[in-house]
Design a protein. Structure first.
Length: 152
C-alpha cells in the first residue's frame, strides 16, 4: 500500500472477534499501526505511548487500531496487562500484513526470519492512505508525538 491508495474495507477481527471495517470510522482518521509481537519491549513502549496520548488523539479526530499476527487470546492479555483503550486486530493468517506489504524477511542477531515490519499508516476520513511511517522512522516511545507533528 502506498500514499493515495484506498485501504481495504475489511481490516480484520479484533481481540473479541469483532469485525473491524474502515467504514466504521467514517469521518475520523485511522492510525493503523502494525507491530511485530505482543508484550515485547518495543511493542509495549509503542502501545503505551499511544495509550498515554489516546484522549488527545481522539480530540484531534484520530482512532487507533493495532495489528499483529498474534491470536485474540494474546491480544486480550496484552490489552489487559497494559490497559490499552483501542482494539488490536488478530491477523494470524497475515492477510492484512501482506495486503499492506509489511510482512517479510527480517534479520536480527545474525539470524534471518519472517516477521512484521513496524509500520504505521494514517488513513484519512475517506479511507485513503495519507501518510506512512516506516520502521526506520518510528520512535516507539514518541510515536503519538510523531503523528501529531506530521499532521501540522
Amino acid at each position: 500500500m502506498n500514499i493515495g491508495d484506498k485501504a481495504p474495507e475489511l481490516l480484520g477481527k479484533d481481540q473479541d472477534g469483532n469485525e473491524i471495517k474502515v467504514s466504521d470510522y467514517k469521518g475520523k482518521k485511522i492510525v493503523l499501526y502494525f507491530y511485530p509481537k505482543d508484550s515485547t519491549p518495543g511493542c509495549t513502549s509503542q502501545a503505551c505511548n499511544l495509550r498515554d496520548n489516546y484522549e488527545l488523539m481522539l480530540k484531534r479526530g484520530y482512532v487507533v487500531i493495532g495489528v499483529s499476527v498474534q491470536d485474540e487470546k494474546s491480544h486480550k492479555r496484552f490489552i489487559e496487562k497494559n490497559n490499552l483503550p483501542f482494539p488490536l486486530i488478530a491477523d494470524v493468517d497475515k492477510t492484512l500484513n501482506e495486503a499492506f506489504g509489511v510482512y517479510g524477511e527480517k534479520k536480527m542477531c545474525g539470524r534471518t526470519y519472517m516477521g512484521t515490519y513496524r509500520t504505521t499508516f494514517i488513513i484519512d476520513e475517506n479511507g485513503v492512505i495519507e501518510q506512512i511511517f516506516t520502521p526506520k522512522q518510528i520512535k516507539v516511545k514518541e510515536h503519538a508525538e510523531q503523528i501529531f507533528a506530521a499532521a501540522e
